[in-house]
Design a protein around this ligand. Structure first.
Ligand code: ZN
Length: 265
């Protein structure tokens, strides 16, 4: 079936971004032999654009174009969602840590690109905050995350947060006063997501959450904000039971942070 589809494919647009027919339909593409995909020896027809002379195939428009191991994307994404560290994934799949990091960044970019085609209508909208740090516990950060029931990240934003408890004084003595951007960022995110039409919004019962839901999604009752029962989930992020989409996305965000830290290190 897939083979038949690949062989019957004919391009509608040119893959060359500087060609007129990259966006304008109506280009002429002549058949120009075949090539085989290295990993599975699949035969793919090659075409040539008459306008610019560049060759292309059905693979040219794939989001995994240029990837040598696209078959690993799914399993790496699943293992990241399960909370497995990148080094663990590399050991399990017998691939290099650099490959896992590269795949990870690609998955993050790919998910971000999906936001552009995200429909306004959605079932459930989940949002929550993840506490993390800049490089020391004296400089906390808060990652605000909005996801839908299909684990799609609709919006994520980082806010500077003040240290709590005994760390507050130590932080002040060492680094001076620290801003608290959480409220501003929360309002900014709600403003940007105002156009969405969720049927239900879920988060915990924090008073400011309730306030913004009422302000930006007036059609939804505040009963949509379901208070989460207290329990240890073992995720390391929270002591309340969170929805499965939120846990998966928190793992994903946490992984992106680890990746950034590794790249910086
Ligand atoms: Zn062209």
């Amino acid at each position: 079936m897939l083979r038949a589809h690949i062989m019957s494919y004919s391009p509608k647009l040119c893959s060359n971004s500087s060609c007129l027919h990259h966006t304008l339909p109506g280009g002429v593409f002549i058949k120009k032999g075949f090539f085989r995909i290295l990993r599975n020896h699949q035969k793919v027809r090659r075409f040539q654009c008459k306008a610019c002379g560049k060759t292309l195939s059905s693979r040219s428009f794939s989001p995994t174009y240029y990837q040598k191991k696209p078959q690993l994307n799914r399993v790496i994404f699943q293992l990241l969602c399960e909370g497995m560290p990148m080094r663990g994934i590399a050991r399990t799949l017998r691939i290099s840590k650099n490959t896992v990091e590269a795949k990870f960044l690609w998955i993050h970019q790919y998910i971000s690109s999906l936001k552009a085609t995200n429909p306004l209508e959605l079932g459930q909208l989940y949002f929550d905050e993840l506490e993390t740090i800049e490089h020391t516990k004296l400089k906390p950060l808060s990652v605000l995350l909005f996801v839908d029931e299909g684990y799609k990240i609709l919006k994520s934003q980082v806010a500077v947060a003040p240290p709590k408890g005994r760390l507050a004084k130590v932080s002040y003595d060492k680094y001076g006063p620290r801003k608290d951007e959480r409220e501003d960022i929360l309002k900014q995110c709600f403003t940007e997501l105002k156009g969405l039409r969720p049927q239900e919004i879920r988060s915990d019962a924090k008073p400011s959450y309730r306030k913004y839901v009422q302000e930006f999604f007036p059609g939804l009752s505040t009963r949509s904000l379901i208070a989460q029962r207290r329990s240890v989930t073992g995720t390391g992020f929270t002591k309340s039971i969170r929805s499965r989409p939120m846990i998966r996305c928190l793992y994903l965000i946490s992984g992106v942070q680890s990746c950034v830290r590794i790249s910086e290190g």
